[in-house]
Design a protein around this ligand. Structure first.
Ligand code: HEC
Ligand code: HEC
Length: 322
């Protein structure tokens, strides 16, 4: 179990110890019955989203995603990799309060969040076989995970924040040296086949029309920097990062400085402005800092301003799910 309290250092040590026994149940060991087939369909929907609900599939009614990414491009190993945005504890974490919407949301709501932002698409109907299969897969992955406990390895990691602003100009040089060989000089990625064939990407695009939109979690500096540090280049694990921490912040800032689809209505996110993450790239903000510093940091002054405002308000913070 993770210690509920204690210093950040103690928590990190406890988390490392627990990660040593990280295991996910084996989908392929499930029998070939209705449940086993549904869970495996769910895994395939995560791993090859573009082939089932992408914008190029034959049936126009099934074109729910707006880009040809797969969920697994950001949920590494179809959601089985520590600090690769895993799904290990996800099923046990919902319903939960979500600061972004200011409401309690279900696991289906959370999937729709990635559909509308990371996949730049539209909502899947709750009763759609694709939604049921993805939730079944998440339930299977969460086998044995306790409800209401934090999951070790969740998210993308927690590097210390930089004390300076992230530097997109230096990030451009990091990109050219360490990323362009796979993701392409213009962030366009590499197709498995040809545009229009619904075969998706061998390497996903990082910006441009077929990428995640500006409301996605990957468009927040902290999420992206940690993800890159712990997962990129492809094959990297959190135990052996290949991109130095400052370079990860800078290259994330560079990727986020490039054009991508826009999601309307982002000003309505985080209705309680004091619960808005410091790296939310769009205002309005309650803390007096502008979009530029919220996008690039340094974040310490923003944390301090938010803490002071919260103390003035004398209102306890409603915690987000994680
Ligand atoms: C461009 C990257 C990206 C893609 C593609 C993506 N996601 Fe996500 N997803 C994220 C990030 C980053 C988070 C964590 C963000 C946060 O916690 O604010 C997340 C969080 C989630 C969560 C909540 C996890 C938890 O433990 O609370 C679920 C469920 C989820 N995604 C499902 C999906 C599904 C299903 C798809 C495909 C239809 C998908 N995602 C595609 C980046 C992505
Ligand atoms: C060896 C090839 C390779 C290199 C080098 C590489 N990547 Fe990736 N990257 C991938 C692949 C493949 C995926 C999709 C992972 C999957 O589907 O399992 C990915 C996924 C991503 C994602 C999440 C998906 C998305 O659409 O946003 C980001 C962000 C990312 N890479 C950034 C970087 C950055 C920044 C660098 C340089 C520091 C880098 N990558 C270097 C192959 C690579």
């Amino acid at each position: 179990m993770l210690a509920p309290a204690g210093s950040a250092g103690e928590r990190a040590i406890a988390e490392e110890a627990e990660l040593a026994s990280w295991a996910v149940p084996d989908v392929d060991k499930l029998p070939d019955d209705t449940w086993g087939r549904t869970v495996r369909l769910g895994r395939d929907l995560i791993a090859r989203t573009y082939a089932h609900i992408g914008p190029e599939v034959a049936d126009p009614a099934k074109r729910y995603a707006g880009n040809n990414l797969s969920c697994g491009n950001c949920h590494i190993g179809a959601g089985t990799q520590p600090f690769g945005n895993p799904f290990a504890g996800t099923f046990a974490a919902y319903p939960s309060y979500r600061a972004r919407s200011g409401a309690v949301g279900t696991i289906e709501d959370r999937i729709e969040g990635c559909m509308e932002r990371s996949m730049n698409g539209r909502k899947l109907p709750l009763e759609a076989p694709e939604m049921i299969a993805m939730v079944a897969y998440l339930k299977f992955l969460a086998t044995g995970r306790p409800v209401g406990e934090p999951t070790p390895g969740a998210g993308a990691g927690h590097m210390p924040e930089l004390t300076r602003a992230a530097d997109p100009a230096h990030g451009r040089a990091v990109y050219a040296a360490q990323c362009a060989i796979c993701h392409g000089p213009n962030g366009e990625g590499q197709r498995n086949g040809m545009a229009g064939d619904a075969k998706g990407y061998a390497v996903p695009p990082l910006w441009g029309a077929d990428s995640f939109n500006d409301g996605a979690g990957m468009n927040r500096l902290t999420d992206a920097a940690n993800f890159i540090h712990n997962n990129m280049p492809m094959g990297t694990t959190w135990q052996h990062p290949m991109v130095a921490a400052p370079d990860a912040w800078d290259v994330a800032a560079f990727v986020q400085s490039q054009p991508r689809p826009h999601k309307a209505g982002l000003e309505r996110d985080y209705p309680d402005r004091l619960d808005k993450p410091v790296d939310a790239p769009f205002g309005p903000y309650a803390d007096g800092f502008g979009e530029q510093q919220h996008r690039l940091g340094p974040f310490a002054p923003i944390h301090a301003a938010i803490a002071a405002l919260r103390a003035q308000r004398k209102q306890p913070r409603v915690q987000d799910a994680k």
